[in-house]
Design a protein around this ligand. Structure first.
Ligand SMILES: [Zn+2]
Length: 375
């Protein structure tokens, strides 16, 4: 990885950590505030319960006073009844006394009711007092925790800030500007290219783009504009339809109807992979750039199997494994999928290693001369 890209990866990590820490630092007082609000609610509840007791006590005093007044009236009526002259007057006074006695009972009932209520109110007050005590202890603990956490976060924040500045200093202003701009809109400015995909937007990369990232060029994702980087540690082993690395490489069959070859030089194109397919007495040839996987020229068809149809292509080639169907080749169009390109390259490496070890043992046979020896 280029140091500049490495710095961007570190910058992104720092940016994320800084954001997380700032959010956490901002959230802590909010949590304390929420507990404080709850505490205030409990306090208000306690005050209300205490106020209700006072109101009840006042009401009780009012009823007691009313009873005293009524008792006074009754004793006055009784005194008057001793002096009345007529039976009617006497009956009227008796009636008044009965009214007053009924009012006394009503007041007494109300007092009784308040006394029953008072027990419940006392319980409310005690519960609220207990709750308040617990919440007060909790909030003190929360506040202490928040202070501690904030201090720790702030320490980490200053460390990350320093790392961020260091990372930024190691990136060119243009690239940094691009990173900042993409980060502003997408939340991140650099993404890993893995399994041929941009991990930022999950869109497949063109094989050439992916290869450029892998070879360490600074490349941006076409669809999300994030700068791409490649981490070989995360690349899963490509599904290898040809040959998984093993001790002995599979030998390509001489008479196979589908054949792949490598040539170090093909006209002006440098290294290429050649593909031949025999079908119905004819043969087709496709040529691909060995680095980018891009198809060179058009598919050519000639009469006869490929060894007869394209004899000029074969000298100096290395025969490779590969048995993808013509339909697959058609599907791939103008570019080989990365897995295929990699499978061919890996087989080429194995073929070369094999040839080298044979030469080392003094064998005359070499993979490079396989074709001429076989034909
Ligand atoms: Zn992308």
């Amino acid at each position: 990885m280029l140091p500049e890209v490495q710095n961007l990866v570190e910058l992104q990590q720092a940016d994320r950590e800084i954001l997380r820490l700032k959010e956490e630092i901002a959230a802590l007082p909010k949590r304390v505030t929420a507990i404080e609000q709850k505490l205030a609610g409990t306090k208000a509840g306690l005050e209300a319960a205490k106020a209700a007791i006072k109101t009840d006590e006042a009401a009780r005093r009012k009823y007691e006073t009313a009873i005293q007044d009524l008792q006074g009236k009754i004793s006055k009526y009784r005194d008057q009844s001793l002096e009345v002259k007529t039976n009617e007057q006497y009956k009227a006074l008796l009636h008044e006394i009965q009214f007053a006695e009924r009012d006394i009972r009503a007041n007494e009932d109300k007092i009784l009711e308040l006394m029953v209520n008072a027990e419940a109110r006392e319980k409310d007050v005690k519960a609220a007092e207990l709750e308040l005590k617990e919440e007060a202890a909790e909030i003190e603990k929360e506040k202490a925790d928040a202070r501690e956490r904030t201090a720790e976060d702030e320490k980490q924040l200053s460390e990350w800030d320093a790392r961020r500045e260091k990372a930024r200093a190691g990136v060119s202003p243009d690239l940094l500007q691009h990173y900042d701009r993409v980060t502003k809109y997408r939340g991140s400015g650099i993404a890993e290219a893995r399994d041929q995909k941009c991990m930022g937007c999950q869109v497949m990369l063109r094989p050439q783009t992916f290869n450029e990232v892998r070879t360490g060029e600074i490349v941006k994702c076409d669809s999300c504009q994030r700068i791409l980087y490649y981490d070989p540690a995360n690349e899963k082993p490509a599904a290898a339809p040809v040959s998984t690395p093993r001790r002995h490489r599979a030998r390509p069959k001489f008479d196979a109807t589908k054949a792949w070859y490598y040539r170090a030089e093909y006209e002006d194109n440098g290294e290429v992979f050649l593909n031949f397919i025999n079908a119905d007495g004819n043969s087709t040839r496709r040529i691909y750039d060995a680095h980018t996987g891009r198809k060179l020229g058009v598919t050519l068809m000639r009469e006869g199997e490929y060894r007869l149809g394209f004899p000029e292509d074969l000298p100096g080639t290395i025969r490779l494994n590969g048995s993808w169907s013509e339909d697959q080749l058609e599907e791939w169009g103008d570019e080989l999928p990365t897995v295929v390109l990699e499978a061919l390259r890996r087989d080429l490496d194995l073929a070369r290693a094999e040839a080298a070890s044979k030469q080392h043992r003094g064998s005359e046979e070499s993979v490079a001369s396989e074709h001429s020896a076989a034909s």
